[in-house]
Design a protein around this ligand. Sequence first.
Ligand SMILES: Cc1cc2nc3c(=O)[nH]c(=O)nc-3n(C[C@H](O)[C@H](O)[C@H](O)COP(=O)(O)OP(=O)(O)OC[C@H]3O[C@@H](n4cnc5c(N)ncnc54)[C@H](O)[C@@H]3O)c2cc1C
Length: 414
Amino acid sequence: MPSVVIVGGGAIGLASAFFLHQAGVGSITVLERGAIGNGCSYGNAGLVSPSHVIPLAAPGVMRKGLRWLLNSRSPFYIRPRWDLDLFRWLWHFGRSATARHVQRNAPVLKALLERSRTLTAMLQEKIGDFGYRSDGLLMVFQDEGYAECAALAQEAARLGMSCEWVTKDRLIELAGTRVQAQGGLFFPGDAHLQPDRFTAALASFLTQHGVCCQSEVTVTEIVRQGRRVRGLKTTAGFFEADVVVLATGAWSVELAQMVGYRLPLQPAKGYSLTFTPPPEGMPQRPLLLTEAKVAVTPFSDALRLAGTLELAGIEQTIRPHRVEAIYRAAQQYLPMLRWPVLETAKVWSGLRPCTPDGLPVVDWVPGSSNLLLATGHAMLGISLAAVTGELVAALVAGKQPELDITPLRGDRWG
Ligand SMILES: Cc1cc2nc3c(=O)[nH]c(=O)nc-3n(C[C@H](O)[C@H](O)[C@H](O)COP(=O)(O)OP(=O)(O)OC[C@H]3O[C@@H](n4cnc5c(N)ncnc54)[C@H](O)[C@@H]3O)c2cc1C
């Protein structure tokens, strides 16, 4: 069995380490520049959502995005700048935002998401409680969000996914609190987990089983001989490896560039606000507030709001007016909540690694025989972590994965 070094200690890197360990790989090292689990995998909404079968690049998104650009409190923002990579990304994004693309990629996402949910539930049995709950997801709309819900319901029916239209009364019953909305869709097959506990449980299991998880180690160079990677230069010395896995989330462009591969990926910043203890009367299940693009996740000891997508490059500045917009939007949908003041929330920002077509890349880096990419999970990195880990383990073992991963290839943009 080869020795494997994984770069990136987020949900994707740790899940890959877990499945490699299960496959019997003897030497596994995870190298993380900061603290393990402290990247985008830390403060996200924690939704494990097989319902998210419509990729980010979908018809109408460009039009809506342009409208939102004019509103400083909207859920979407692009920092104006001269950046060829951003233009290239937007060009590919535009080409992918078609009905044909959704028709082709939604079944791919469905298969990956469903497999991942099964594996995530299995992980909780195996590595300990990380707050995984199969409570479903309520997607609610006030007005124009109806069209989006209807499109998703149609796609769900086409793919044979379980989903229920809910009236105002049923909404209140399911949410366990008053919701200011016209109605919604309920996805009973969705789940959620507490993301910081998820990565902590994975890291703790791995360490106990002989996997070396090293924090505060930055990879500075990928050393190659021909098509093969020999090892990695890092701030803690040289690491030899038979196989290297890049699970570096939003920073993957930088790492891929070290071997001359131009990965079209943009960091998309999002924020979360966590209220601990949770406010009185909080919803009993996760909600998605369709028009506001805000996720509301109840944890055992807290309530989290998450939202906003900013294409602003690699930077994690917290913009107060956007944080406030998330909070105000949630208040509009959940008026009966006794909201704690905004200042008591723990505010966090993270960078989603977004490819232009909304699918991750799980493939050998083009032109390299032992460098594997596992990145680009956008808003689905928690949902897809487990299946990605399983795919990584299959590829490293030279096995054909059971799921068709042709759409996840790294050379799909030419
Ligand atoms: C507001 C918000 C809400 C979200 N909600 C959800 C949700 O409900 N469900 C869901 O499925 N997804 C959600 N996501 C998306 C999800 O968080 C990401 O897709 C996922 O965390 C990506 O995981 P990752 O392991 O690829 O990246 P990360 O967790 O960012 O890990 C990558 C790691 O690589 C390390 N690294 C980078 N460069 C180097 C280097 N040179 N050397 C060593 N280490 C390096 C970084 O320090 C980082 O820790 C959300 C994201 C945001 C921002």
